[in-house]
Write a protein that binds this ligand. Sequence first.
Ligand code: AKG
Length: 207
Amino acid sequence: MDLFNEIRPIALADARVIYHPSPDLGLHPDAIFAALRAEIPWEQHSVNIHGQIIPQPRLSSWHGEVVHTYSTLAHVLVPHPWSGVVAHLRERVEAICAARFNSMLANLYRNGQDAIGWHADDEPELGPAPVIASLSFGAERGFHMRRKDDHAQVKRITLEHGSLLIMAGAMQRHWQHAVMRTAKPIGERINLTFRLTAGSEASVGAL
Ligand SMILES: O=C(O)CCC(=O)C(=O)O
């Protein structure tokens, strides 16, 4: 199979988005899912919305070399070091994307009630046009995108078990994304987003 024939560009104005349903990750997606489920220290993170501390509707884990200080997070996230299957996947994804990543956010959606609301990965420390590599494992996930300045412009794609979505160009400047709740019975889903985060003040070594 010619892997490059499998790559599907997703048409979004002002953005570069590529969907790869079956990148060569060096391990079967079932084995990766089992390893991620077992190895990642899944945590309940919270956000601070107008002084109210609200648990996020999913479990998460922050990995790599940079402390995560997103404005609405209720706490600073000190990264877990690269190790095991996460370190392996980082190497594979860096090779596939020809890009360097120093941080990764893992999300575990336990059932249809777990979700992530509309947002863009547009924190200044990611830069104006970040390359974000998003791996999906487990049950299929509906991934929604909408234009920031025109919410009527929406697009939904399905992220399959073992797939890679690369978001680049001005995607984060012009588009938001979300994973919606669903009433349908749905199995566990894991998402890993690899990023290159500027970390001068926020680097682990600076703490
Ligand atoms: O689960 C996903 O695909 C989205 C994750 C996400 O948007 C994020 O972690 O910022």
